[in-house]
Design a binder for this molecule. Structure first.
Ligand SMILES: Nc1nc2c(ncn2[C@@H]2O[C@H](COP(=O)(O)OP(=O)(O)O)[C@@H](O)[C@H]2O)c(=O)[nH]1
Ligand SMILES: [Mg+2]
Length: 197
């Protein structure tokens, strides 16, 4: 059975002061809105609607916690990069995300979801910049890779790898597809290595 197969909703948090004191470890998923984060979480968890998948992105500004068992947790972070967010909402989001990424001790590693057709956007890099000082590991899923030819996918993977080697050496990256179930074992292996068993 997979690492995420027992995942169950745990709690929703909108302020840092409300972060759960579970005493275990957590792994957070973040990504540009519509990149395919909810689909990736659902694919890994093998649940159809564990994390809500939507075509109208950008509604939630919350941190959603899922219990994985053994006091390990998955945290679904709010998406970023959608147009027309009111400035106060944007500020709240920036505060919450940057503070969470920089200070959360229980956070063992960060999974960043990127659309394989548009990897490493400015906001993706902002996320990596916020997290880099912690020295904790980051794993990037280049999802929707089913939309690329094999050659395009390999090219993209290599391009992202060389960028990371230069700028974010604690990052690893792989191809992923929720639609075709590509890359789930590799992702699970990396994430399981961050958590307690
Ligand atoms: N072809 C393809 N489409 C995907 C994949 N993952 C997500 N999508 C689609 O991309 C859109 C956004 O996905 P969603 O998971 O809601 O993105 P989120 O906003 O990052 O949570 C939806 O229409 C999904 O069906 C994938 O691996 N392949
Ligand atoms: Mg989503």
């Amino acid at each position: 059975m997979g690492l995420f197969s027992q995942a169950a909703f745990y709690t929703t948090v909108n302020h840092l002061r409300d972060l759960p004191q579970h005493g275990g470890r957590e792994v957070a998923f973040v990504g540009r809105s519509n990149a395919g984060k909810s689909s990736a979480i659902n694919t890994l968890a093998n649940h159809v609607r564990l994390a809500y998948t939507s075509k109208t992105p950008g509604r939630t500004q919350h941190l959603n916690y899922f219990a994985l068992g053994d006091n390990n947790f998955l945290v679904d972070l709010p998406g970023y990069g959608y147009a027309k967010v009111p400035p106060d909402v944007q500020r709240h989001w920036e505060q919450l995300l940057s503070q969470y990424l920089q200070t959360r001790e229980e956070l063992a590693g960060l999974v960043v979801i990127m659309d394989a057709r548009h990897p490493l956007t400015e906001l993706d890099e902002t996320m990596l910049d916020w997290f880099a000082p912690t020295g904790k590991p980051v794993h990037i899923l280049l999802t929707k890779s089913d939309k690329l030819s094999r050659q395009q996918a390999t090219l993209t993977l290599n391009r992202v790898k060389s960028h990371l080697a230069e700028h974010f050496s604690q990052c690893t990256v792989q191809l992923f597809s929720s639609l075709k179930k590509i890359g789930t074992e590799e992702a699970e292996r990396v994430i399981a290595g961050w958590l307690k068993d």
